[in-house]
Design a protein around this ligand. Structure first.
Ligand code: SAM
Length: 218
């Protein structure tokens, strides 16, 4: 049998000792940081596009170069697929093919975008967070999505939530955070049959084990 490597190095051996306290704090206190002007303008532009046709929403958070968003848009032609990443450089990567008409790719900070979407009453049918930055140092818990102040807002947006990672502990923590917020989730190892993202391809081809967390958010 081939060896499976795991290259995420962390000074944590298990879930962060302050995870529960951090999640509860964010559930109890509203996240009041002002919304950046750029993300507000991007959000308003997307709202305009959405108003041209009523369709269910698929949200691809941290979409990187947008491959997963493109694949989802082709798979679900009767949905809007919105891919958001804060890196203009990644989003600008050239593609040979034209983008499907139901695909919206934009640069924005999700810490703000999620709050705008919630305030505008959006509900997702599906929500993907594929290979988020792991922030493996214990001191960086607050930069992981489940340790961030925006975490409760992400859950209010609903839908079938799916996260993928090559770091099992990230998903175990996310699962615990979901449990604190009252949501059950399933965590499993998986073998991709086709690659949804460039990070998925890179991790799989370097023989890393891949993990998937799924939850149905009411
Ligand atoms: C490891 S990459 C994964 C990209 C893609 N999902 C993939 O699998 O190829 C993580 C992505 O998250 C994006 N990201 C991190 N924090 C973000 C934020 N606050 N708002 C928007 N994007 C963010 C980064 O720019 C980066 O492209």
């Amino acid at each position: 049998m081939e060896a499976i490597s795991n290259t995420v190095i962390s000074n944590q051996n298990g879930p962060h000792e302050r995870l529960a306290e951090t999640v509860r704090k964010h559930m109890d206190k509203p996240f009041l940081r002002p919304i950046a002007e750029h993300t507000l303008r991007v959000f308003e532009g997307i709202q305009q596009t959405l108003s041209t046709a009523e369709r269910p929403l698929i949200f691809d958070a941290c979409c990187g170069v947008g491959d997963s968003s493109r694949a989802l848009a082709k798979k679900f032609p009767d949905h809007w697929v919105i891919g958001i990443d804060k890196s203009a450089h990644r989003l600008a990567r050239e593609r040979d093919e034209e983008n499907p008409e139901n695909l919206i790719l934009a640069r924005a900070d999700l810490n703000d975008f999620y709050r705008l979407a919630f305030e505008a009453g959006w509900q997702f049918s599906r929500h993907y967070i594929l290979y988020p930055n792991p922030w493996p140092k214990a001191a960086h818990l607050g930069r992981r999505w489940h340790g961030a102040p925006v975490f409760p807002t992400m859950l209010y947006l609903g839908g079938m939530l799916e996260l993928r990672s090559n770091w099992k502990l990230y998903l175990e923590e996310f699962q615990l955070a979901l449990e604190i917020a009252g949501h059950a989730a399933q965590l499993e190892a998986f073998e991709p049959t086709e690659y949804m993202t460039s990070f998925e391809k890179k991790f799989h081809q370097s023989k890393q084990r891949l993990w998937r967390l799924q939850a149905h958010l009411k």
